[in-house]
Design a protein around this ligand. Structure first.
Ligand code: ZN
Length: 181
């Protein structure tokens, strides 16, 4: 009777192992589902963020709320990032989505931060404003916050375009703070 005792737990252990090894075999036979999202989707495509005006008001400063949510424009030459050219990334001040990088920032002399391209991926949305304005508005694709406007008046840049963006709509993340991949 005494000799049987050590054998019993060993048998149970073996049975447990068998169960474990059979699990992956079952999952391998599951047919591939073609509707499963693949890695070809842009990793930068963010999930939409929707908040009420009251919710935005509680998380943004009064000036941020006016510009980001009510499409106001900060006064020229007053923004924090107009003449900043440090290496880093510019994120949406409302939702944190990364929108621009310092690589495409240039000194346009217009009084607002200027970029000749947005960060790769569907980070910003362009919307033609109705006449008589006919400017093209730039908004954050993730939270629809107003960022500024885009103009085709920068022939000195690789794209010829100027994203004229309010500093208050942006949050600068220094390159040193960005984890290297
Ligand atoms: Zn945003």
């Amino acid at each position: 009777m005494k000799r049987l005792l050590p054998i019993l737990p060993l048998t149970l252990l073996l049975a447990a192992c068998e169960n474990q090894t059979s699990t992956p075999l079952t999952s391998v036979t599951v047919p591939h589902n073609p509707s499963t999202p693949t890695s070809t989707e842009p990793a930068t495509m963010p999930e939409k963020i929707e908040k009420t005006a009251a919710e935005w008001k509680s998380t943004l400063t009064p000036q941020q709320f006016l510009v980001l949510r009510q499409k106001h424009t900060e006064r020229a030459f007053t923004g924090e990032y107009d003449e900043k050219f440090d290496h880093g990334t510019y994120a949406c001040a409302a939702c944190g989505a990364e929108l621009f990088t310092s690589e495409t920032k240039f000194n346009s002399g217009c009084g607002w931060p200027a970029f000749y391209a947005a960060k790769a991926g569907n980070t910003v949305k362009l919307t033609r404003e109705p006449a008589p304005d006919t400017r093209t508005e730039v908004t954050c694709a993730r939270c629809d916050s107003h960022l500024g406007h885009i103009f085709d008046d920068a022939p000195q840049t690789p794209t010829g375009q100027r994203y004229c963006i309010n500093s208050v709509s942006l949050k600068f993340i220094p390159a040193a703070a960005t984890p290297k991949k």
